[in-house]
Write a protein that binds this ligand. Structure first.
Ligand code: PEP
Length: 259
C-alpha cells in the first residue's frame, strides 16, 4: 500500500507568486526523493498531494508533475444558484484529483454536519474525485472519554450509502485528526494514535467499506521530528499536514521521514 501525504495549505499563502514558489520547491523535493528511492531499487514512492486554496488550483500555476492536486472543500450540488460555492465538476475540470471533506475547521466555522459531509462525499465520488475524509474528536469529547463514540457517529453518518456511489479503497482515505491536535503543537501520542487508527479500521470494516484496504492517515501538528513515528510505529498509511506543509523544506523532511 502506497503511503499518502497530503499538504493542506488552508487559506494560505496570500499570493499566486508565493504559492508557486512553495509548490515548485515541493515538486523538486519530491522528484529528488523519488529518484533516490528508485536508485535504491525498492519501495513504492509516497503519493504526495497538495491542497492549496481553490483559486490556486488551476494548472497554469502548478503544472503537471509528480505531485497531485486536491481541493480543500466542495459543494454537493452540481450547479445553480449557490453563490460562493464550487462544484465537484469544477474541481475535477481544473485537474485536481483529490478533495478534503469534513475537515474540523469546516465543521466548526462553517457548520458542516455529518449529513452535509455525507452528501459532499457522495457527489465527489460520483464525479470521480478521490476523497480524504477527516474525522476526529474535540478536546472536550476526548476528555469526557467520548472519542470512540464520536468517531463511530462521524463514520456511520458520513459514509452512509457511499458503497452505492463508486466508493473503493483506491479513491478514498480517512484522516484521523483529533481537533485538539490541529494547529496547537500538541500532537497525539504515537501509542494513542496506533490504537485509534486500528479502531477506525474496525469501524470501516463494520460499515462494509473494505476497512482493511482503505488508507488511514494521521493529522494534527505533524512536523519532521514526529512524522516518521506515525508511519513506522503507529501504522498510519500517511499524513495530513497543515502548517508545516507551507514550509517546503520542512515538508520535504516530513516526506523523507516516511520513506
Ligand atoms: C490540518 O490542517 O488538517 C492540520 C492537521 O493542521 P496542522 O498540521 O497545522 O496541525
Amino acid at each position: 500500500m502506497k503511503n499518502l501525504i497530503i499538504a493542506n495549505w488552508k487559506m494560505n499563502p496570500s499570493s499566486q507568486a508565493e504559492a508557486k514558489v512553495i509548490f515548485d520547491a515541493i515538486r523538486e523535493g519530491v522528484k529528488g526523493i523519488n529518484a533516490a528511492a528508485s536508485a535504491r531499487g525498492f519501495g513504492e514512492p509516497t503519493e504526495v498531494v497538495v491542497c492549496p486554496p481553490a483559486v490556486y488550483l488551476y494548472a497554469s500555476v502548478f503544472g503537471e508533475g509528480v505531485v497531485s492536486m486536491g481541493a480543500q472543500n466542495v459543494y454537493f450540488e452540481d450547479k445553480g444558484a449557490f453563490t460562493g460555492e464550487i462544484s465537484a465538476e469544477m474541481i475535477k475540470d481544473l485537474g485536481a484529483e483529490y478533495v478534503i471533506i469534513g475537515h474540523s475547521e469546516r465543521r466548526k466555522y462553517f457548520g458542516e454536519t455529518d449529513e452535509v459531509i455525507n452528501k459532499k462525499i457522495i457527489r465527489a465520488l460520483e464525479v470521480g474525485l478521490k476523497v480524504i475524509f477527516c474525522i476526529g474528536e474535540t478536546q472536550e469529547e476526548h476528555d469526557a472519554g467520548k472519542k470512540n463514540e464520536v468517531l463511530d457517529r462521524q463514520i456511520k453518518l458520513g459514509l452512509a450509502s457511499v458503497s452505492d456511489f463508486g466508493f473503493s479503497a483506491s479513491n478514498f482515505a480517512v484522516a484521523y485528526e483529533p481537533v485538539w491536535a490541529i494547529g496547537t503543537g500538541n500532537n497525539c501520542g504515537v501509542g494513542e494514535t496506533k490504537q485509534t487508527l486500528s479502531y477506525i479500521k474496525s469501524l470501516l470494516t463494520l460499515s462494509g467499506v473494505e476497512g482493511q484496504e482503505v488508507r488511514i492517515l494521521y493529522g494534527g501538528s505533524v512536523k519532521s521530528e514526529n512524522s516518521g513515528a506515525y508511519i513506522k510505529e503507529a501504522g498510519a498509511n500517511g499524513l495530513l499536514v497543515g502548517g508545516a506543509s507551507l514550509n517546503a523544506e520542512e515538508f520535504i523532511k516530513i516526506l523523507e521521514s516516511a520513506e
